[in-house]
Design a protein around this ligand. Structure first.
Ligand code: FAD
Length: 543
């Protein structure tokens, strides 16, 4: 029978351990976890902070006793693996706070050590009120700091998804919250126009944003901004500037490590055939980017753990790679991403096409329909979907997951036109937002219309175009692009047009649909036309 040792007892580690037991009753399975808990839900930590999850205990999904009784797995807590001796196939373990080193042999070793928080070089970051938010111990530390220091204001450094979740939960607890982000917008993995929706929502809920800025110094009661020396009140500072794969143990053992994480084959084997590695510490193929990348997310870690167990149990497996499907709640909004943003694609030297739509999340006539903004990037010519970003109050999760599935099946925007999706008024529309992405993207690829993106034009200088706003006069009166004339779609066909045939026309409405109708009318009358992608909403709300 096999003797399998696992390093790390949370996401990927416990997934591997329990799967292996289901496949092999005879294996000896031992898990070493350096922290005080195994098998807990770190994804729930921000919500425990805000007391949405009322009881911290419920984050601890399982105890060593449970793993022993249900799975005959030995889990050792507070025990760190400090060295891998590959020659003798042994690991060296040390119980936290003790000096004795124990040697434990293995036939197969699975590393699932996760990622560690990047520590930014900021003066004062070593003080006791400066913490990270990654473990239950961090949560406990934050709770005591809150009491000891009578915390009123919290500054979060970094604007990724853990930061946004923490900000929402801290606001719910009535703390003053500010976020300092060095990039121009929060959630750098999405495009700036999608992030603008989040900025509006964060500000509406009282979160102060300091973008394009960093912390120069952390004092006991405030953070000093690098740009202008401004002092942001904070008796508690949360560092959330990203994570780095834990690779030092693997490096020390001479395993191959890439630019971001430990290198693995498609069956999760490292450069040593008896050692596997999974989760946040490994780099795996990004399906869109076609390069190895660390994707520090719960889903990939759990599935990879399962695959490593399958391989050890003699079942042939193949990890298909990731597209980085992510979702995050930001107060009343949900934002989701699958694949790459337009700016990330451009950074890779690609020139994708993209369309933006804002359909209601369910039938417009059914109460409480909310628009979802979906920005979809795809390949010129083929229409293969490369990236999807969505933001809205409801129904975002469903669309991101359908579109993520479509991307993994290598579907194109043409395929989305044909998807048969569930529909009744409370849930969707006969033309679901996912179909709408397909219609609009396919129309563009088929040459049925042409678009211009808000970011590609200078809306303050549109002299090269005849700008036509096809909304109603009432809507036009609430604000319009500079120099625009109002030719409402309802009367466009019957009007004697006073437009110059020799000059291109830029049409727009609020979300893009009436602009498209106007495009079809005007282009069939011989005008050279472009429609503003996603309409005025994308320009105004997406900024
Ligand atoms: P981890 O689950 O981090 O486990 C690694 C374990 O290894 C750690 O407990 C560590 O103590 C232990 N370890 C490391 N070195 C040693 C050693 N030498 N000896 C013994 N033990 C060791 N992902 C999502 O998809 N959705 C979310 O909403 C989401 N929210 C998150 C919220 C928070 C606050 C955090 C921190 C993460 C969140 N994630 C989320 C990410 C997700 O939790 C991780 O991707 C996932 O847990 C990775 O699993 P893993 O096994 O690779 O690492």
């Amino acid at each position: 029978s096999k003797n399998v040792v696992i390093v790390g007892g949370v996401g990927g580690g416990m997934s591997a351990a329990t799967r292996l037991r289901r496949l092999d009753e005879s294996a000896t399975i031992t898990v070493f976890e350096k922290g005080p808990y195994a098998g807990y839900a770190n994804c729930g930590i921000p919500y425990a902070l805000g007391k949405v999850i009322k009881d911290d205990e419920s984050l601890i999904l399982h105890t060593p006793k449970y793993f022993k009784e249900y799975f005959n797995i030995d889990v050792y807590l507070n025990t760190e693996v400090v060295e891998i001796d590959r020659t003798n196939e042994q690991v060296c373990t040390q119980t936290i706070g003790e000096t004795e080193i124990r040697r434990v042999g293995y036939d197969k070793l699975i590393l699932s050590q996760g990622a560690e928080a990047v520590q930014p070089q900021i003066d004062g970051a070593d003080q006791s009120h400066v913490v990270t938010l990654r473990t239950i111990s961090d949560l406990e530390a934050i709770r005591s700091i809150m009491i000891e220091r009578c915390v009123r204001d919290v500054c979060i450094i970094g604007g990724g998804f853990i930061s946004l979740e923490a900000a929402e939960n801290l606001r719910k607890m009535k703390f003053g919250v500010s976020i300092v982000e060095q990039w121009t917008h929060v959630l750098p993995s999405v495009d700036a126009d999608i992030a603008q929706f989040l900025h509006t929502e964060l500000k509406r809920n009282g979160v102060k944003l300091y973008l394009n800025d960093t912390a120069r110094r952390i004092e006991t009661s405030h953070v000093v901004l690098a740009s202008n020396g401004r002092e942001i009140p904070a008796e508690l500072v949360i560092l959330a500037v990203g994570v780095r794969a834990r690779t030092s143990l693997a490096k020390m053992a001479g395993l191959e490590v890439g630019t971001q994480g430990v290198k693995v084959e498609s069956h999760m084997e490292t450069s040593d055939e008896d050692i596997y590695a999974v989760g946040d510490m490994v780099e795996t193929k990004h399906i869109i980017q076609q390069q190895p990348r660390v994707v520090a997310l719960g889903g990939p870690a759990n599935r990879q753990g399962r695959l490593a167990a399958d391989d050890i149990a003699g079942r042939p497996v193949h990890y298909r790679g990731n597209i980085g499907t992510t979702i995050c709640q930001v107060f009343d909004l949900t934002v989701g991403l699958a694949g790459l943003s337009v700016s990330a694609l451009r950074d890779l030297g690609q020139e994708p096409l993209w369309v933006t739509v804002h359909p209601p999340h369910h039938a417009r006539y059914y109460p409480n329909a909310h628009p979802i903004t979906i920005k979809t990037a795809f390949e010129k010519g083929t229409g293969r979907i490369l990236g999807v970003q969505a933001v809205g109050m409801a129904g975002v999760d469903k669309r991101i997951d359908v579109l993520a599935t479509a991307m993994q099946a290598r579907m194109t925007v043409f395929d989305l036109e044909h998807l048969e999706l569930s529909y009744a008024p409370p849930y969707g529309s006969a033309k679901d937002p996912v179909n709408m992405v397909g219609f609009v993207g396919s129309n563009l690829l088929r040459g049925d219309y042409q678009i211009v993106h808000g970011e590609d034009i200078n809306i303050k200088n549109l002299h090269a175009w005849q700008v036509v706003d096809v909304r109603s006069p009432e809507e036009f009166a609430t604000g319009h692009l500079p120099g625009a004339i109002n030719l409402p779609i309802a009367t466009l066909r019957s009007q004697k047009l006073e437009l110059d045939q020799s000059m291109p026309v830029l049409v727009y409405c609020y979300v893009g649909y009436r602009g498209y109708l106007a495009y079809r009318i005007l282009s069939q009358r011989g005008f050279s036309v472009v429609n503003l992608d996603g309409g005025l909403k994308t320009v105004v709300e997406g900024g």
